[in-house]
Design a protein. Structure first.
Length: 336
């Protein structure tokens, strides 16, 4: 089989590897489409230890949709030809391999495969192309869920990548009234706008003024603030938490799903008096997979519009470089 091998900073090579051998309790799947994650971009552009635990000399990739091509003699839960979503945490029976299941390889061995654990059936209503976004959408869905959404509430999402847009869609799915998406890329914000979201380019526009105009006002400890119940950080800029502390209304919530790897200082007395919450969100749970599949199968949003380019496996280096440019790409996929 062909497989993309990570060799270090800006160095990926497509090689021929032996096809995986299916054991008696295993399943072999063939990838159809795989999506490039922001962590794949990070480890490619910056080198090892900057994204998922991607080992030099190893396979990588984890956002994929696949088809069963072989089942072990003891496997009764799956059949050849079935389309499946490999759940990265458990695909390899090793949570440390969640980012390196072989999404950029033609085939993946799934040891001791279990339905609704390591492999999930994908509804027919979801296209192959869209289905490779199930994994990043579960991350965004989890962030939305962690924001404790309630019908009629308002939210703002910072970061117009796949996870930010997934969180925005999930917030609406969970019943929130108004959702604004913020970013500094007009290219990506244009896609968000076509999906029906109010948008703000925080580099060119005054966020507070635009948020007040869209959401109305509510009281905060620092005076009048935009009426935003939930803030989601899917971008990771330091200014986002600062804005929440300054402009977050009383009893508002902040969810961090972006990779914020710098220590921050917080005014806990302000948090206490304002009754604000800061909530972490990482990864996903089975309930997020179920919700994402329902969202995608429902067809309410043109979610394939999030995919802006696709490449063959042989051009994976170019694909990752393309995915790193927010002014020219949003989600980039590999088509097998």
């Amino acid at each position: 089989m062909k497989a993309a091998i990570y060799l270090g900073q800006e160095n990926v090579e497509v090689r021929e590897l032996p096809n995986p051998v299916c054991g008696d309790n295993d399943v072999v799947i063939k990838n159809i489409y795989s999506s490039i994650c922001g962590t794949d971009v990070a480890v490619y552009t910056k080198g090892p230890n900057t994204g998922h635990k991607v080992n030099v000399g190893g396979e990588f990739g984890h956002e994929t949709i696949s088809r069963v091509v072989e089942v072990g003699k003891n496997v009764a839960e799956f059949k050849v030809g079935e389309r499946v979503y490999p759940y990265p945490l458990f695909t390899k029976n090793d949570t440390g391999r969640a980012g390196t299941i072989g999404g950029f390889s033609e085939y993946i061995l799934v040891p001791k495969a279990k339905r609704d654990h390591s492999l999930y059936a994908v509804p027919e209503e979801i296209s192959d192309r869209l289905a490779c976004l199930i994994e990043p959408f579960t991350v965004g869905c989890r962030a939305a869920r962690r924001g404790q959404p309630k019908e009629g509430e308002n939210a703002v999402v910072f970061g117009c990548g796949t996870i930010g847009l997934a969180a925005s869609v999930a917030l609406k799915y969970f019943g929130m009234d108004r959702v604004m998406v913020c970013d500094v890329s007009d290219y990506r914000l244009g896609i968000a706008q076509k999906l029906g979201f109010s948008v703000c380019n925080t580099e060119k526009e005054n966020f507070v003024e635009k948020a007040v105009d869209y959401f109305g006002t509510a009281p905060s400890l620092n005076g009048t603030a935009p009426d935003i119940d939930c803030w989601i950080d899917a971008a990771g800029a330091e200014s986002i938490l600062d804005s929440f502390m300054q402009y977050g209304k009383i009893i508002s919530r902040f969810v961090a799903v972006a990779v914020n790897n710098k220590p921050r200082r917080l005014d806990l007395l302000h948090m206490t008096y304002a009754q604000k919450s800061i909530i972490g969100s990482g990864g996903y749970f089975p309930e997020d997979v179920r919700d994402v599949m329902e969202i995608m199968a429902g067809g309410k949003w043109d979610l394939e519009a999030i995919i802006t380019q696709e490449f063959p496996l042989e051009q994976i280096s170019e694909a990752i470089r393309t995915a790193s440019d927010p002014d020219k790409a949003l989600n980039v996929t590999i088509k097998f």
